[in-house]
Design a protein around this ligand. Structure first.
Ligand code: HPA
Ligand code: ZN
Length: 336
């Protein structure tokens, strides 16, 4: 089996997926009809045609508009269940899933509807597909720290349903330092902490995520290649980076997938993983990301195996589960 075939086949964990970014245009229109929500686009085709992004903000504007059709627990369940079926087809065996409660509570949707709908889909994925999963609550960084604290408080009655918190939305102008106190509180509560940094923002934002937020992983982190000291630090600590190649291409972080820094980062010894970010908007789920990156960067079988192993090393599963998944990667790689 060559590297591309192995990339499709190998078991993997997905660690950077915004569940609202898995909402396909067909489901947006179905939920809009079901819930009586008016959309700014006359058809599925017109909506899809608007998916021509120039930067992160141009995407976020459409992404938040798409999420406006989500009202009831069933809607959140149906969205996540559609994601799990696609992830299963791509041999994703474990997923750690971001959700943006503020996007929904700002429209009057109870946080209970969001979390209970998503948690129900996670249970079903375990029972019917054998996929293990966990939820990560993301704070919107274009809003203030007070809003993040209020969101954390509102979510705490459902504490057993999420394993950690993250930081997403518009990066430039909203550095991690803005959220230092709320992240400290989350760490005290025993939550895992991650943050988007170094997607459009500078390496300085990645240093802040490490030094001030004390993150367990960085989401994106492609700006690390601009800073040799940061590269050395990340190689030494193996602090994982959840890289999303097709997202970087669609949001013009890179001009061409052949110029993507993932191989440079992998060769430097960083714990790099491949993920889909917002697959309904960026042209593909996990295997599309794995396959297109493998082709564009001429990754080897060894690279593909390292990426799959990194995904389990970087995940928040326990040591026994991790060992079992890595053993399965070794078994599949040896047989294929
Ligand atoms: N970056 C920041 N915020 C986001 C993203 C992203 O790629 N996707 C959804 N929210
Ligand atoms: Zn993201």
């Amino acid at each position: 089996m060559n590297a591309v075939e192995l990339a499709r086949f190998i078991p993997k964990a997905e660690l950077h997926i915004h569940i609202e970014g898995s909402l396909e245009p067909e489901l947006i229109f179905e939920l809009a009809r079901r819930n009586g929500v008016a959309l700014a686009y006359p058809s599925i085709e017109a909506l899809r045609a608007a998916y021509a992004f120039t930067d992160l903000q141009s995407f976020l504007d459409i992404y938040y508009a798409g999420a406006s059709v989500l009202l009831h627990p069933q809607d959140f369940h149906d969205m996540a269940w559609a994601y799990f079926r696609r992830a299963h087809a791509d041999n994703v065996v474990h997923a750690e899933i971001f959700f943006d409660p503020q996007t929904h509570t700002a429209r009057g949707v109870p946080i209970a509807s969001v979390i209970e709908g998503l948690a129900g889909a996670c249970r079903r994925a375990r029972e019917e597909l054998g996929i293990s999963s966990a939820l990560i609550l993301c704070f919107l960084r274009h809003l203030g720290e007070d809003d993040a604290f209020a969101t954390l408080d509102a979510a705490l009655p459902w504490r057993e349903h999420f394993i950690g918190v993250g930081l997403d939305s518009s990066e430039v102008g909203h550095p991690p330092e803005k959220f230092e106190r709320v992240f400290a509180r989350c760490r005290e509560l025993g939550l895992r902490v991650v943050a988007h940094a170094g997607e459009e923002g500078p390496p300085e934002y990645m240093w802040q995520a490490i030094d001030l937020l004390k993150v367990d992983r960085i989401d994106h982190g492609v700006a690390s290649v601009q800073d040799p000291l940061l590269m050395a630090e990340l190689a030494h600590t193996r602090l994982p980076l959840t890289v999303c190649p097709l997202s970087n291409l669609k949001l013009c972080v890179v001009r061409d997938l052949r110029e993507h820094p993932l191989k440079t980062m992998l060769d430097a010894g960083l714990c790099v993983t491949i993920n889909s970010d917002d697959p309904a908007y960026f042209g593909g789920y996990m295997n599309a990301n794995f396959v297109q990156t493998t082709e564009a960067l001429q990754l080897t079988r060894e690279d593909v195996i390292a990426l799959a192993k990194n995904s389990f090393e970087a995940s928040f599963i326990d040591a026994a589960q991790r060992q079992a998944f890595v053993a399965e990667v070794n078994r599949v790689a040896a047989a294929a």
